[in-house]
Design a protein around this ligand. Structure first.
Ligand SMILES: Nc1ncnc2c1ncn2[C@@H]1O[C@H](COP(=O)(O)OP(=O)(O)OP(=O)(O)O)[C@@H](O)[C@H]1O
Length: 330
């Protein structure tokens, strides 16, 4: 059967690098996290998305072993975190959502300080620092005082600091906040480079569009609850709603007729035709609904050449706003 064939695919049999199991965190009277279950695949860029107070930083700090959960467990490589004290700090590089104050340090001294904290031998530090400054494109600022750097430069230096001990996993808490569009693009490129270097990256934001394009997987959190998680495509599909589909016809002889047909269907909205043989339609529903529209178009004899649902951040952003607005009204 198809389902057993699917479950035999390698992607489904690979153990996640990080397994978050029934994790809850309570601060006095606040439930910051409520029974969270997440699998983070090795090599993924995993986005944690949620509005202010959703629990993103709390989850990041638990993953960095800076906080212990009130209940539940975190597993790294099938080993439970509390059974390996000290090891997590070596595996994980954490970039917090605030930048400490280090008034009299240059960029190189700042990294040297953190290399020392991580116990990197003195003779190895200069080489590592040079490589990191090059990676984050701050070589020209190695002798500049940290406080004189721009916000984007400080973020990149902070990222270099999280990388100083060459961790396998990077936790980046709101790394794009306060950056201008150009600095965001640079950050995105840097994150991709780090993924190519084999890192697993967990990155948080309250702005989904910041993440949707660069993440392979996302989890949406709100008020300490996990709303949905999975790879970006799966999440978009599971949430249903409207999806934009581009329908290309063989020639322009039946374009008007096809548009009229689509407009009559209750699940099809906003049918437009900006190009000769290309029709765009917003179709409500899941994959099954899309499939049915395609079957019916073909059965009716419309000359469909391609039928392509568009993926991407725009649609996901809509869903995210819808979910979080709904939650706030509850
Ligand atoms: N040390 C603390 N003591 C008490 N409550 C806390 C503490 N840290 C966080 N909280 C509460 O836990 C909840 C989750 O906070 P958290 O910082 O994890 O959310 P977040 O998603 O990172 O938010 P933001 O986007 O605003 O940074 C919030 O209600 C917050 O007020």
């Amino acid at each position: 059967m198809q389902s057993s064939a699917l479950s035999a695919t390698p992607a489904e049999t690979i153990e996640p690098l990080i397994k978050i199991q029934n994790v809850s965190k309570r601060y006095h009277t606040t439930n910051a996290l409520n029974d969270i279950n997440l699998d983070i695949p090795r090599g993924s860029i995993y986005g944690l998305i949620g509005p202010n107070g959703a629990g993103k930083t709390t989850l990041m700090r638990i993953l960095a072993a800076l906080l212990t959960p009130s209940s539940g467990q975190v597993w790294f490589d099938q080993q439970e975190v509390s059974t390996m004290p000290g090891i997590i700090q070596r595996k994980v590089g954490y970039m917090p959502d605030f930048f400490g104050v280090y008034p009299d340090l240059t960029s190189a001294e700042y990294l040297e300080f953190y290399a020392g904290i991580h116990g990197i031998p003195r003779q190895k530090r200069a080489g590592i620092i040079n490589d990191l400054l090059e990676l984050v494109e701050l070589t020209s600022k190695r002798d500049a005082l940290v406080e004189t750097l721009s916000r984007g430069m400080k973020q990149r230096l902070c990222l270099a600091r999280a990388l100083v001990h060459d961790p396998e996993i990077l936790l980046l808490d709101e790394p794009a906040s306060g950056l201008d569009p150009r600095a965001r693009v640079e950050l995105r490129e840097l994150v991709r480079t780090l993924q190519e270097l084999g890192k697993t990256i967990i990155i948080s934001s309250h702005i989904l569009l910041e993440l949707a394009e660069m993440c392979s997987d996302i989890a949406i959190l709100q008020n300490g609850q996990l709303i949905i998680a999975g790879n970006v495509e799966q999440v978009t599909r599971q949430l249903g709603g409207e999806r934009q589909v581009e329908i290309r016809l063989l020639d322009n002889t039946r374009v008007t007729e096809t548009i009229e047909y689509l407009k009559q269907r209750t699940e099809v909205h906003a049918v437009t035709n900006n190009e000769d043989t290309l029709i765009q339609a917003d179709i409500e529903g899941d994959d099954q609904a899309l499939h049915q529209v395609l079957i019916d178009l073909i059965t009716q004899g419309f000359p469909v050449v391609s039928f392509a649902p568009r993926s991407g951040g725009g649609r996901l952003e809509e869903v995210f706003l819808h979910i979080t607005e709904r939650g706030n009204q509850e």
